[in-house]
Design a protein around this ligand. Structure first.
Ligand code: FRU
Length: 925
């Protein structure tokens, strides 16, 4: 679009420029004139041509093509044809002879080419214009002058011009007519000089000697008159014959000069008509007015006026020269002007091109800017859209991730009850004839866990309904106080068993409120479950019912003084996909409760402080103005609280009682610490392991670590999902602490993915078991790990190859053994060295060192110390001459007697005997 406009503008400008530079008026178009000259060889003809050229200077529109026929009629005819062929616009012709040239001139004229006849005439009127002096008049003038000069008497010779040319004929006629009145003037001789000097000299020379004395020679031109003079001067030097000619040309040896030189008595001006011919041609070509016959004036030039004439002609000559010079200058200036014009045009064209280019550049720049702006805007729009899409994709991805996480967590929730159910069933099956108690306990456990699974499934279905917007409110007007009392009843037993102060405060009377009993039951039950779950034994759980001011809403507070929530957990407590430390349980109950309250057009709020407790606030609008018709139950239903509430409520324990007290009191070789927040799971494992191991229990990470450090168990079974510190944290801490680093850890988890296994193993866990697991497998793994410990011990003691053990010692344990053995080596002579000193030196408690040494080396510290002392004593007995008393002291025995007793006890022979026996073995006979 822009380019097309620019191209058009540019073309228009160039065209205007070309008009400026080559402007051509149709009137001023270029013409070509053909000029056919009968002869070009004499001064008069040269003057004619030069006059034409002079005049042409003022007619730059006219080009002249010149042909010289050299006095040859045939040549002149062909010259004319040639000119016509060249496409001349006009023909100027001075015919050599009238008759022969007339047809070709007529021909040209009839072709429509204007013809100007100059000087000599043709014998027809088929020409456009004639220019020339009146030859008859000139002849007459000459006749009159002669008669006067001769005083009316005398003898003459007349020398004709070419007889076939009109000037000769007309001059003769005029001459004769003037002399007709003078009978005493006698033309004694006449002949054709053909306008040429040579013809005259030749023609006259032959006759003059016989001719009588003549008074005057009249020649039709000055050239022939001069020729006659020359002949006479030669043949008759003393004669006084007068000579008269025609033409009166200026210049050396020409008519005027000859008069001035007294050679000619007179001459008659015969103008060439060169200027006039060109001027007339111009007019004809430009279709201006012109005269057909243009007679030029003539005059006599004789001694009376010759000087004036000469002065005039000289002046004219010099003026002509001036004109020529000026013309040259003008030409030079025109050339310079033309060059400058060209330069200016070039500059102008460049300027125009530059301006157009500049304008184009500016336009292009603007257009480009505009396009850029539009592109930028489009780009920004696309970017915005892209970002929006990316954000949406991110949100969708996040939502998917959250959902996946949620469903994974929910699935895990199924695993603990399933493990317990499967474990119980396994136990019943494994005993061929199970006793009543075992069966009842197991069946109770199975039922409890099946109910738990059912509750989870119900919650999931409620979720599904809410997600699909199929969950509808079915509100009836019921007494809120009685309703809450009913829900609370389910937890009464748990409260009294755990000594929790469990009270309902506030509104004592009836409080009729429109609500959906199914849903509110679930909400309050869920809040109570949470309260009981996170409240310690001897704690406090309070429900308060009130009505706000002005009475718009019923307010129910469910408050506990339990563990509370961190700020982060409180912020996300109602997220359906959130599982925080606090909500290590299902994590969906609270979210569902909130949805249910929103269905009621009410709300569920929460405030919590870690360590101090949590308070939930249920806001339930009063009246039914806020309910639409389809939210009101069509008929009253008898609401019955969930029969399993009580069973579930009883299930919720958070006992701080020391479960170890329930242990079988028989002391076993190894102690196992079970860490799981699910009491039944702990109970289940304990029941199975108790016949073989001492059992310790912990339900959260913090208490688990406390127990591990104080008692240093032989093996730890740890659940990954724990409230507070996670199982991963617990394992990491145990494995990075010198006091506990040697303890094998079995992790139990519902998360079975390889990533989670890797995460578990990275912490240093020795085994990673996924729920639901088969107990037998757990049992075998415990045995194997403890067996490995034993192998490891043997490795430490006997330097066995480490590859024989499946569990290589960690760096921390290796360092411990090095430090421990080095300490003993260094202090072997110190009789005071004992468990206390060693524990002190190693920066651990006596129990910790004791258990660690026992675990890693299989000895008590003292046994190990005695062994080292005895080994060194044996060496000294065999390799030195030192006395038993000296050796006893060197290996750290307080008395030689005590040394001997211990030595004899362990080596089964007294030291002296040991030395002599060995010596005798080595002594040659
Ligand atoms: C030149 C000339 C003139 C004369 C004229 C007549 O060629 O001979 O001297 O006047 O021609 O045509």
């Amino acid at each position: 679009m822009l380019n097309a406009t620019l191209t058009r503008t540019f073309a228009l400008l160039l065209w205007s420029l070309s008009l400026l530079s080559c402007h051509q008026d149709p009137e001023d178009r270029q013409y070509t004139i053909g000029f056919s000259q009968c002869t070009g060889g004499d001064a008069w003809r040269r003057q004619m041509l030069s006059a034409m050229k002079g005049e042409l200077l003022f007619h730059p529109e006219i080009d002249l093509q010149y042909r010289d026929a050299r006095g040859d009629n045939a040549k002149q005819i062909s010259d004319i044809r040639d000119l016509v062929k060249n496409g001349i616009d006009l023909l100027i012709v001075s015919p050599n002879e009238a008759s022969p040239i007339t047809p070709v001139v007529e021909e040209v004229f009839k072709m429509g080419i204007p013809v100007i006849v100059v000087d000599r005439k043709i014998s027809s009127s088929f020409y456009t214009a004639y220019i020339g002096a009146d030859n008859y008049e000139i002849g007459k003038l000459a006749g009159s002058y002669v008669s006067e000069l001769l005083g009316g008497k005398g003898k003459l010779i007349e020398i004709w011009g070419l007889r076939g040319s009109t000037p000769a004929v007309e001059r003769h006629k005029g001459f004769m007519s003037a002399l007709s009145g003078f009978p005493d003037i006698d033309i004694v001789h006449e002949f054709d000089g053909a306008w040429e000097i040579d013809t005259v000299k030749h023609g006259l020379g032959a006759t003059i000697t016989q001719a009588p004395a003549v008074d005057l020679v009249f020649a039709h031109n000055d050239v022939m008159a001069y020729g006659a003079y020359e002949v006479f001067k030669e043949s008759r030097p003393d004669n006084d014959t007068k000579f008269i000619g025609i033409d009166g040309l200026p210049g050396p040896a020409a008519g005027i000069q000859l008069v001035d030189d007294k050679i000619l008595s007179a001459t008659f001006l015969y103008p060439t008509g060169g200027e006039e011919a060109i001027r007339t041609a111009g007019r004809i070509l430009k279709k201006e007015h012109f005269d057909k016959d243009n007679m030029l004036l003539s005059t006599v030039i004789d001694p009376k006026n010759v000087r004036v004439m000469k002065l005039q002609t000289d002046k004219i000559s010099s003026q002509q020269a001036d004109i020529l010079r000026q013309q040259e200058k003008i030409n030079e200036q025109v050339n310079a002007y033309t060059k400058q014009s060209v330069l200016i045009y070039i500059l102008l064209a460049s300027l125009v091109a530059t301006i157009i280019g500049g304008a184009a550049a500016i336009l292009a720049w603007r257009e480009k800017n505009e396009i850029n702006r539009q592109l930028e805007a489009k780009r920004n729009l696309i970017l915005e859209q892209k970002n929006e899409i990316a954000e949406m994709a991110e949100k969708a991805e996040l939502a998917t991730q959250e959902k996946l996480k949620f469903f994974t967590n929910i699935s895990h929730e199924f695993k603990t009850p399933l493990t317990l159910i499967l474990g119980s069933i396994d136990e019943i099956i494994s005993k061929n004839t199970p006793d009543r108690i075992t069966s009842t306990d197991n069946l109770r456990l199975i039922r409890k866990n099946a109910v738990r699974l059912l509750r989870l499934v119900n919650q999931l279905m409620d979720f599904r309904k809410i997600e699909d917007r199929k969950m509808l409110l079915r509100a009836s007007e019921l007494d809120l106080v009685a309703f809450i009392e009913d829900v609370m009843a389910a937890f009464q037993k748990t409260a009294s068993r755990r000594n929790i102060r469990y009270t309902l405060l506030g509104h004592a009377d009836r409080l009729p409120v429109w609500f959906d009993p199914d849903k509110l039951d679930k909400v309050i039950f869920n809040l109570l479950s949470n309260a009981f779950k996170f409240t310690h034994d001897n704690g406090k759980i309070t429900l308060t019912i009130s009505v706000d001011e002005p009475a718009r809403n019923a307010i129910i507070f469910v408050e506990d003084n339990g563990v509370g929530m961190s700020r982060e957990d409180a912020d996300h407590a109602f997220d359906r996909f959130h599982t925080g430390e606090h909500s290590a349980g299902t994590g969906i109950g609270l979210s569902l409760s909130k949805e249910f309250m929103e269905l009621h057009h009410g709300s569920l709020l929460l405030t919590s402080e870690p360590g101090k407790g949590t308070r939930f606030c249920i806001v339930l609008p009063l009246g039914k103005a806020h309910l639409s018709d389809n939210e009101i139950a069509t008929r009253d239903r008898a609401f019955v609280h969930d029969v399993d509430h009580e069973a579930i409520a009883e299930d919720i324990h958070l006992s701080t009682a020391d479960n170890d007290s329930e242990n079988d009191l028989t002391i076993k070789e190894h102690t196992v610490l079970i860490i799981d927040d699910n009491q039944e799971m702990r109970f289940f494992i304990r029941k199975k392991l108790q016949p073989h191991y001492n059992i310790q229990e912990a339900q959260d990470g913090v208490s688990a670590l406390e127990k591990a450090f104080s008692t240093v168990p032989d093996l730890v079974i740890c659940d990954v999902m724990l409230p507070g510190k996670s199982g991963i944290d617990v394992t990491t801490t145990l494995k990075n602490d010198l006091r506990t680093s040697h303890i094998p850890v079995i992790m139990l988890t519902a998360r079975g993915s390889i990533e989670h296994k890797i995460e578990g193993v990275k912490t240093g866990a020795d085994e990673y078991l996924t729920k639901p697991f088969v107990f037998e497998y757990l049992s075998e793994r415990i045995k194997a790990l403890l067996r490995n410990r034993k192998l490891l011990r043997e490795h430490y003691i006997h330097g066995l190859n480490v590859s024989t053990v499946t569990t290589a010692p960690g760096n921390l344990d290796r360092k411990f053994i090095n430090d421990f053995t080095a300490l003993i080596e260094k202090n072997v002579a110190n009789a005071d060295l004992g468990a206390n000193e060693i524990a002190h030196e190693l920066g651990m408690s006596r129990v910790q060192v004791y258990r660690k040494v026992k675990a890693l080396l299989g000895f008590s510290i003292n046994d190990y110390l005695v062994n080292v002392r005895l080994q060194k004593a044996k060496y000294l007995l065999l390799n030195t001459d030192k006395s038993v008393a000296e050796i006893a002291q060197e290996v750290g025995f307080s008395s030689p007697a005590y040394f001997s007793t211990i030595f004899k006890n362990k080596v089964k022979q007294p030291p002296t005997e040991f030395r002599s026996n060995k010596m005798s073995l080595h002594t040659p006979n």
